[in-house]
Design a protein around this ligand. Structure first.
Ligand SMILES: [Zn+2]
Length: 221
């Protein structure tokens, strides 16, 4: 069950179209997976339409319906309606279904590389200055304890993990910054696949991983 959602502010800015494009991307992907947030978005968008265009509500309907359709037409449970090759990540014999928003980057997913500690990573070219990755943790895998020089947005695509702060499940969305120190790990049999966007390299805080801080821009890139 989804416990962690974008903030009210993020959802309303998404509805306003004022969220940064990278933040909008991951918030939109969460909304693909979360009917609760899709419902809130509809309300925001309807309210905005009435405030912004009280006289011409009819003519703006198609504009908003396009956005609404993008957000709401997809019932995740009913399956994602794109060509099969675009919505599946195939990794080590396991397949993972991508939320609809991320399928348009299916051709921009780089090669998977095997990191330390049962971690796999594939970069995703989403444009801009931020760095996006799919990260897969096998059962027993962990990311060394770290904090953040900038912010780290994470969406759980499939599986469960915990990080010493909380436990997360499929669809959960989190934003971490310099105030958060955590070390994600999973004991789930099927492992855990997340989509993550960082705007600055991570800062590792314990053990051997501290040694790689000068190179963390290479490591988590
Ligand atoms: Zn939500």
């Amino acid at each position: 069950m989804i416990k962690f959602h974008p903030s009210i502010q993020q959802l309303s800015q998404f509805a306003d179209g004022t969220l940064s494009s990278t933040e909008a991307l991951i918030v939109s992907a969460h909304c693909d997976m979360c009917s609760q947030c899709r419902n809130k978005l509809e309300l925001y968008i309807e309210a905005n339409a009435e405030v912004a265009f009280p006289e011409t509500i009819d003519s703006t309907e198609s504009e908003f319906s396009g956005m609404l359709e993008m957000i709401t037409s997809q019932e995740v449970d009913a399956g994602i309606q794109v060509t099969p090759k675009n919505h599946i990540i195939d990794l080590d014999g396991k397949t993972f279904e991508l939320p609809r928003t991320l399928t348009r980057f299916a051709d921009s997913i780089g090669n998977w590389s095997h990191l330390v500690g049962k971690l796999w990573q594939a970069p995703v070219d989403i444009g801009g200055d931020t760095v996006a990755n799919f990260i897969y943790m096998e059962k027993g895998g962990s990311v060394p304890e770290h904090t953040h020089r900038g912010s780290e947005m994470t969406l759980v695509i499939n599986g469960e993990f915990s990080d010493g702060i909380s436990e997360y499940d499929t669809g959960d969305f989190m934003v971490m910054n310099g105030e958060h120190k955590h070390s994600p790990s999973t004991q789930a049999d099927e492992g855990c696949l997340v989509f993550s966007i960082v705007d600055k390299p991570l800062h590792f805080t314990s053990g051997w991983a501290r040694l790689i801080n000068p190179f963390s821009h290479l490591f988590f890139k």
